[in-house]
Design a protein around this ligand. Structure first.
Ligand SMILES: [Zn+2]
Length: 206
């Protein structure tokens, strides 16, 4: 496995709609290697999600990371792979929270997102899966899937006055109503999306 170089805002690959991956190509070794490399890159950069355009591959592929505490007390990392994700539902209240992005290093912005989402996708074996998420994980999914459509979180911000460098964010915003207490738990250290809340996601094979 290899660490991948990240595309940063300004590179055209982040602004073009990514193409679908044909269902017959799931066993392509290059695709499987890309998935493994993206997972490694995401963990190494302390991200919670990574979309293929961020590593210069304009295909509809997202890798999501989760940390789980094992019975032994240690922490294990696992990841979820979503290929060609399609929204089935985006509902719930629009909720504002702070986000970061590996492609916009050192910045945080306040972004409204749907609180509840449901989607369908293929896993890395080509099996159809449905995923439901709310709160934090719903936010992560919307952030990552936006990347597949050439959209960055700054495009979703209604007010660019709520865009800050990380040091200034921590200093001036993390204790304010717009930058609530729970955000400090993670310290916004995970660049892809980030802040607060408990995730609540379930994967269902279908
Ligand atoms: Zn991002």
């Amino acid at each position: 496995m290899a660490l991948l170089k990240l595309a940063r805002m300004g590179h055209p690959v982040l602004r073009q709609p990514a193409r679908s991956i044909p269902a017959g190509q799931m066993d392509n070794p290059a695709l499987q290697r890309l998935i493994d490399d993206m997972a490694l890159t995401m963990v190494e950069d302390e991200g919670i999600g990574l979309a293929a355009p961020q590593v210069f591959q304009s295909v509809r592929l997202v890798v999501l990371g989760t940390s789980e505490t094992a019975d032994t007390g240690g922490t294990t990392n696992s990841h979820t792979v979503l290929i060609n994700p399609v929204w089935l539902e985006r509902t719930g209240d629009m909720v504002e929270d702070w986000e970061g992005c590996l492609s916009l290093p050192g910045l945080r912005g306040l972004v409204p997102r749907h609180n509840l989402v449901r989607l369908q996708a293929l896993d890395r074996s080509g099996h159809s899966v449905q995923l439901e998420a709310e709160g934090y994980m719903a936010r992560v999914l919307q952030h990552e899937i936006d990347h597949l459509d050439g959209i960055l979180y700054v495009d979703r911000m209604p007010d660019l006055r709520h865009l800050a460098f990380l040091d200034e964010f921590r200093r001036y915003w993390s204790g304010t109503p717009a930058g609530a207490d729970q955000r400090q738990k993670t310290g916004c250290s995970s660049p892809e999306s980030v802040t607060g809340g408990q995730d609540n996601a379930q994967t269902n094979s279908s």
